[in-house]
Structure formats: C-alpha cells, structure tokens
Design a protein around this ligand. Structure first.
Ligand SMILES: Cc1cc2nc3c(=O)[nH]c(=O)nc-3n(C[C@H](O)[C@H](O)[C@H](O)COP(=O)(O)OP(=O)(O)OC[C@H]3O[C@@H](n4cnc5c(N)ncnc54)[C@H](O)[C@@H]3O)c2cc1C
Length: 319
C-alpha cells in the first residue's frame, strides 16, 4: 500500500488501536497504525485479561460497549489461535456487597453458597467469562490487520498534527499517551502490576472485590501460566516492576490458593491504565482533518475494545 494514500491513520497499537484498525481495514478502508511501541510493549499486553467493566465509570455507553465486546470475545473463544478462552470462577468479597449489574450478561451467573468461598469471605458469585491471553491476542489482531491490508509502523509523534498531515481521518488510540499528545489533563494513570507464574494446575479464576484498595487480589489461569494480580496506584507513572509489590501479590494470592506460593515466576508485567471521567470516543476537526478519539478506557480497555471500535467505524462512515 502507498502510505501516502491512506483513508485512516490510527495512532496506537494497544488493544484499542489494533481492534479499531482491524475493523476499519476489514471494512475495506486503507488503514495504517503509527505507534511509539510494539504492541507487545504496550499497557494492553500487561492486562490480565478478564472481561469485566473494572476501573471505568459505568456511564452511558460502557454497558453497550462491554456487551458488544462480550459477544465478539465469545466468538473468538471458538478459535484457539486467538488466545481467548471461556473460563469459570468466582468473584468474592470479605464485606457484604451487592452482585454487579454486569453479572446478568454472563452465562451461569449465580450467587455462591458459603462452602464455595475461601475463609473470611462473606459473599461471592460464580460465572463463566472470556479470559484473554494478551500476548497471543495482540499477535492475533496484528496478523488480522496485516491480512486485511493494514500496516504498523513504529513512530512516536509529538503532536497530532504530524498524523493529520498523513490521512483524512486520524483515530487517536494513544491510551495514557493522550495525556501529553492531545494534551488531555482529564487522564490519570492507574499503575497496575502483575506476576506471571507457571501454572501449578489451576483451572478456575478467582477475583476479590477489594473496593478502592490499591492492593488487588486475583488469579487468572491461562493454559501454561497463571497471571496473579494486582495493584491499582492512582497517579503513578513508573513502568518498572516493583519487587515489594510483586511479593505482596504472590502472598495475597497464595493465601487464597496455596499452590501459588511456590509456583515458578516467569514474568512481571506493568501497565498504566488510562483512567478518565469517561472513555473518550468522539470526533473533532483539527486542521481540516477529522480526529476521532478512542482512549481513556481505564481498567477495561479489553472489555470495551470491540464496542468502541464499532462506534469509531460508524463515525468514520458518517463522514
Ligand atoms: C495490570 C493491568 C491489568 C488489567 N486487566 C484488565 C482486564 O482484566 N480486563 C480489561 O478489560 N482491561 C484490563 N486492563 C486495562 C487495559 O489494559 C487498558 O484499558 C487497555 O490496555 C488500554 O488499551 P489502549 O490500546 O487504549 O492503550 P495502550 O495499550 O496503552 O496503547 C497505547 C498505544 O498508543 C501508543 N502511543 C502513545 N503515545 C504515542 C505517541 N505520542 N505517538 C505514537 N504512539 C503513541 C503506544 O505506543 C501504544 O501503542 C488492565 C490494565 C493493567 C495495567
């Protein structure tokens, strides 16, 4: 493809940028991505990633976007190469809380009997849900984009004007990078850290409703590995793994599932959730070019990805 002849230039190759680019390229548009980092170095690769509208305000479109994405992920779970699987497990709380609204959308959602809950927990619910192995999933999306004629170029931009010079439509999927790029001071990073261990035989996920605590507790079994979490530090920009946080994560998860105590550690992942009062999916005109924003998905970027990409595609078509 002649790169000067693009219909749409997407900025960012995390889950938002890749999903949007795939959808547009498969609709027949000439699409390219500029990204500061490889997909495998983005916040998106650090996600757990369980479907669920977490650390995102439950406003207007969030329920629609997450429902649309749930349907797509269920379809993708039929294809092993996507890294998406349907898993069963429990979310529980040590204090009495109401079951989440989004539970109604999930297969087999039911309140747990006390015997199903770990010691010290008061309430919980069991459900089956898509779980996404992000390194595999991002590679899958990248291949799908290339098959549809799109491309990815490693290129950091200092201003959106660099992109608007290249295509009649620019989609800004810069995640927390939009803080400087737009600039958008409504964005705040919520730093998250995970520990990846060898799977000692765990097949079900567990997630604690920890409210506003920065110390999360969850483990997600992928086939050979388990992703343990986590943390949620508001306003923290560091992307370096912190050994003390990692030790705390392992201790908290092992207190629920003792087989995790001595599981071999394979990797540490850190990402910056792009938190915003609400995800920003809207169009403006800059230098005569339409710029469509698609960022600010907080702790739910995977969960909202296909729904938001659909709204972007509709905005592109609206002209
Ligand atoms: C520990 C952790 C666990 C999580 N778990 C889940 C989960 O279970 N489920 C879920 O749905 N979500 C989860 N999330 C949230 C999810 O990871 C994010 O919401 C999502 O990754 C945001 O994706 P994005 O594509 O918008 O941004 P990113 O993945 O951050 O991608 C941004 C892209 O923009 C590019 N970019 C930025 N600035 C520039 C620039 N100036 N020039 C060019 N390119 C630029 C970057 O290089 C990158 O390619 C989790 C997050 C963390 C940190």
């Amino acid at each position: 493809m002649d790169r000067t002849d693009l219909d749409v230039l997407v900025v960012g190759a995390g889950v938002s940028g890749l999903t949007t680019a795939v959808l547009l390229a498969e609709e027949g548009l000439r699409v390219g991505i500029w990204t500061a980092e490889q997909p495998q170095a983005t916040t998106s690769v650090a996600a757990g990633a369980l479907w669920g509208p977490y650390l995102v305000e439950h406003v207007d479109r969030v329920a629609v976007w997450s429902g649309q994405t749930l349907a797509v992920l269920r379809e993708l779970a039929l294809l092993p190469e996507t890294g998406v699987r349907i898993v069963s497990g429990i979310e529980a709380s040590r204090t009495p809380v109401e079951p989440p609204d989004w539970g109604r959308q999930l297969d087999g959602f039911r309140i747990c009997v006390p015997a199903e809950l770990p010691a010290g927990f008061r309430v919980g619910w069991r459900f089956t849900v898509p779980l996404v192995d992000m390194p595999t999933y991002l590679s899958y999306l990248e291949k799908r984009l290339v098959s549809a004629g799109g491309f990815i170029e490693i290129r950091r931009i200092a201003a959106l004007r660099e992109a608007t010079a290249m295509a009649p439509v620019v989609v800004n999927c810069a995640g927390i990078g939009a803080y400087e790029l737009v600039p958008d001071s409504n964005l705040t990073p919520i730093r998250g850290q995970l520990v990846v261990v060898e799977n000692p035989g765990i097949t079900e996920f567990f997630s604690e409703d920890t409210g506003d605590s920065p110390e999360l507790v969850h483990f997600y079994p992928h086939i050979d590995t388990v992703v343990l979490g986590g943390s949620a530090q508001y306003g923290v920009w560091s992307r370096e793994p912190d050994p003390a946080i990692a030790a705390g994560i392992i201790a908290r998860c092992a207190a629920i599932e003792p087989r995790l105590r001595d599981a071999r550690v394979i990797d540490h992942r850190v990402g910056l959730r792009p938190a915003c009062p609400r995800p920003r999916v809207e169009t403006e005109v800059l230098d005569g070019t339409r710029v469509i924003s698609n960022y600010g998905h907080g702790g739910a970027g995977v969960t909202l990805s296909w729904g938001c990409a659909r709204d972007v595609a509709a905005a592109v078509r609206a002209g």
